[in-house]
Write a protein that binds this ligand. Structure first.
Ligand code: NDP
Length: 444
């Protein structure tokens, strides 16, 4: 049994009932085998055992009262996974599917993603099984205030800086920040994704979606290709999906389908993004209303059928494991050339292997969706410098970071003899820096 296999077996035994964490750890560790072979000193320092064990896990009760006076109890989490290269950084997810396994998989991925940005940020993730959908603003505020009443002890501008994720947008960040400020009596960059009126950064809202497209555009450019005239599928219709769609459209691509957790819309002429924004951002409504408002479009209940639609580019931007082996096969049969992951771990291990064998250009989440956290780090820089950059300044930096990440993962893949395999490239390039910092800091 190799060192990597031994660590993986131990990890599964020590963390039973955490399938998402096992899946992410398997994907990462297996690709690190060639790095471990080059560095036998890592095994002597138990580096992988330390890398896969969070530095700290906080789980807590979050009681709150709904509009009818009923008391609810949710569970809150913050996993502070690795601070070797900077303060813990990573989003908060509010969704009924959240559990320790989901937060740990996201935290582990986040370590490498943050390293890839080239900025000094460690990896963390948090959230709750609370579902903001269908709740009044007052209920969401009550929940957020209760959540922060515990979380505030564990975070800080130089310790751990959470941001948004699924179910945590501008409204939730506002309530969370308000409560933090009230308890601590200080205005600091303790959360990112803040509103522009209280320390947020321009382009943060757009960053993950735009960044995804900047990287995909670069992968196309080096192949003499572009978005012009391409047919694109985007899953989800939240923050990442909407701004990925916006950038694809400015580059001349045609997005024909999107979805939410109830069903999928198909618009052969190209999605009218203003209608999607109105429904999802303004009204907090359901995507099916699009079909009622835009003649010629169709709505189908269920999400999976989106991957049956022929396309050149597929951009999964909703949640984990949305593309399985069957969907991957369908996409390939229908001629997909590029798959870039806006969501975290949207493709199963089997789907990734199918894309790899078919020669699809596959840009994995930890590289492709790093634009959000990179811009969060830019927000942190603006907060500590008490300054404010223009949208153009932030956008230029974001694009530069995404193009650099692409070339960095391309270089790492080539360096280890896996030309064009960006899963290998992203894991190796992200890990190199973290491993180096952990080795330098001793056994901690
Ligand atoms: P949002 O909450 O804004 O949007 C999520 C979208 O995905 C919604 O359309 C939602 O539908 C859909 N969705 C969520 N869960 C499911 C599910 N189980 N099945 C089908 N559809 C689902 O989240 P974001 O856009 O912020 O995040 C999307 C993904 O991108 C996540 O994987 C997140 O971790 C990742 N990401 C986000 C970053 C950011 O900056 N926001 C940064 C990096 C990664 P519905 O409204 O019906 O729930």
């Amino acid at each position: 049994m190799t060192y990597v296999e031994k660590v993986l077996a131990q990890l599964k035994e020590r963390n039973p009932g955490e399938p998402e964490f096992h899946q992410a750890a398997t994907e990462i560790l297996l690709t690190l085998k060639p790095v471990i072979e080059r560095h036998p000193e890592y095994e002597r320092a138990a580096l992988l055992e330390r890398f896969t064990e969070p530095e700290r896990v906080v789980m807590f009760r979050v009681p709150w009262v709904d509009d009818k006076g009923k008391v609810h109890v949710n569970r809150g989490y913050r996993v502070q996974f690795n601070s070797a290269i900077g303060p813990y950084k990573g989003g908060l997810r509010f969704h009924p599917s959240v559990n320790l396994s989901v937060i740990k998989f996201l935290g582990l991925e986040q370590i490498l993603k943050n390293s890839l940005t080239g900025l000094p940020i460690g990896g963390g993730k948090g959230g709750s099984d609370f579902d903001p959908k269908g709740k009044s603003d007052r209920e969401v505020m009550a929940f957020c205030q209760s959540f922060m009443t515990e979380l505030y002890r564990h975070i800080g501008a130089d310790t751990d800086v959470p941001a948004g994720d699924i179910g945590v947008g501008a409204r939730e960040i506002g309530y969370l920040y308000g409560q933090y400020k009230r308890i601590r009596d200080e205005h600091t960059g303790v959360l990112t994704g803040r509103g522009l009126s209280y320390g947020g950064s321009l382009i943060r809202k757009e960053a993950t979606g735009y960044g995804l497209i900047y990287m995909t555009e670069e992968a196309m450019r080096v192949r003499g290709d572009s978005f012009e005239g391409k047919t694109v599928l985007i899953s989800g219709s939240g923050n990442v999906a909407i701004y990925a769609c916006e950038k694809v459209q400015t580059l001349g691509g045609k997005v024909v389908a999107m979805y939410d957790s109830d069903g999928c819309i198909y618009d052969e002429k190209g999605i009218d993004l203003a209608v999607v924004k109105q429904i999802k951002e303004e009204e907090r409504g359901r995507i099916k209303e699009y079909a009622a408002r835009v003649p010629g479009s169709v709505y189908k209940p269920g999400c999976k059928n989106i991957w049956d639609i022929p396309c050149d580019v597929a951009l999964p931007c909703a949640t984990q494991n949305e593309i399985d082996a069957e969907s991957a096969e369908k996409l390939i049969k229908n001629g997909v050339k590029y798959v870039a992951e806006g969501a975290n771990m949207p493709s199963t291990l089997e789907a990734i292997e199918i894309f790899r064998r078919a020669g699809v250009v596959f840009l994995p989440a930890k590289a492709a969706n790093a634009g959000g956290v990179a811009t969060s780090a830019l927000e942190m820089a603006q907060s500590s410098g008490r300054m404010f950059w223009t949208a153009e300044q932030v956008d230029v930096k974001l694009k530069e970071i995404m193009v650099n990440i692409y070339h960095n993962i391309d270089r790492a893949a080539k360096d280890y003899g896996f030309d064009g395999d960006y899963v290998m490239g992203a894991n190796i390039a992200g890990f190199e820096k973290v491993a180096d910092a952990m080795m330098a800091q001793g056994i901690v």
